[in-house]
Design a protein around this ligand. Structure first.
Ligand SMILES: [Zn+2]
Length: 292
């Protein structure tokens, strides 16, 4: 039975306002359709073109991804779905559709757990094998160029978040140093100084992030002994504490039930009390930001 499923969605073009229809994938089974897995990785799965004006865009819609070989089930949910109960209803509906296409005898126990991702971008990050940072790769060079071109701290942060796998790596620092040396040898002092500034900014960001993570995990240890219900949410809570940006916090939150949100917020509140008692303001501010 065919596991991957699509439907035809009625859309309104945001550019010209005309209505049109486009196919939309609801379920992608990577075993059956490796081409769709590639489309997810390439960011083209939900690309649509308006037949009236030619405007191109990406449709935002929930997607369930199934990889039988890797025994993975992942739901990519739009950030516009704010309420956990809505998210759960969508995930359970999509999973029921998938299960209906899999004979009972073939349904592995792993199908009981759905990982959550924020948007197709989040899914893409989960599917990508852990990046071995090849500083000569075009991706890395691209990330580096974007970083160097960033003109404001907002742009800088944005580049950092998008390429965090590459840029948070210590090899990146060595590559930047090499780049600076190259610019100096070529006599381009102005550019060399700019890149040196970015390198320092990046190093500060990396150090601050690592320090914040270290302090938070330290404080987390001090919450012991935890009750069973609290232990049950440690995984998502840790993800929230170690997040680089709000999308990661969001994806972690989606894994919690309403009761678990309350438990998580209570634990965060206790962490804040520790942080306040020790006057670690940066950590307290971060905790305040990830509280609901
Ligand atoms: Zn249009």
């Amino acid at each position: 039975m065919i596991r991957s499923q699509q439907e035809v969605a009625g859309l309104t073009c945001p550019s010209c306002g005309e209505a049109f229809q486009a196919p939309l994938w609801l379920i992608v089974d990577a075993g059956e359709r490796p081409d769709l897995r590639e489309a997810i990785l390439a960011g083209t799965l939900h690309a649509a073109t308006c037949p009236h004006c030619g405007a191109q865009g990406t449709i935002t819609a929930p997607l369930l991804y199934h990889d039988p070989a890797e025994e993975r089930l992942i739901a990519a949910l739009p950030l516009t779905i704010g309420r956990p109960e809505d998210a759960r209803a969508i995930v359970s509906d999509l999973r029921d559709r998938l299960l209906a296409a899999i004979p009972r005898a073939q349904r592995g126990a792993y199908l009981g757990t759905v990982e959550l991702a924020a948007e197709l971008d989040g899914l893409r990050l989960l599917l990508r094998p852990p990046e071995v940072v090849d500083t000569s790769s075009s991706k890395f060079q691209e990330a580096l160029e974007e970083l160097v071109a960033a003109e404001s701290s907002e742009q800088f942060r944005d580049v950092l978040v998008r390429h965090r796998g590459l840029l948070m790596d210590s090899d990146c620092d060595a590559a930047l140093e090499e780049l600076i040396d190259g610019l100096r040898s070529a006599g381009d002092w102005e550019a060399a100084r700019r890149v040196a500034d970015q390198r320092a900014l990046l190093a500060r960001f990396r150090a601050a992030l690592n320090e914040r993570r270290r302090v938070l995990l330290d404080l987390l240890d001090r919450l012991a002994p935890l009750q069973d219900a609290e232990v049950a949410i440690l995984g998502p809570l840790r993800q929230m504490l170690e997040a680089v940006d709000h999308q990661e916090v969001y994806a972690a939150r989606l894994q919690l039930t309403p009761d678990q949100h309350i438990i998580a917020d209570r634990l965060i509140e206790r962490l804040r009390l520790f942080a306040q008692a020790e006057q670690i303001e940066e950590v307290d501010a971060y905790l305040a930001a990830i509280q609901r």
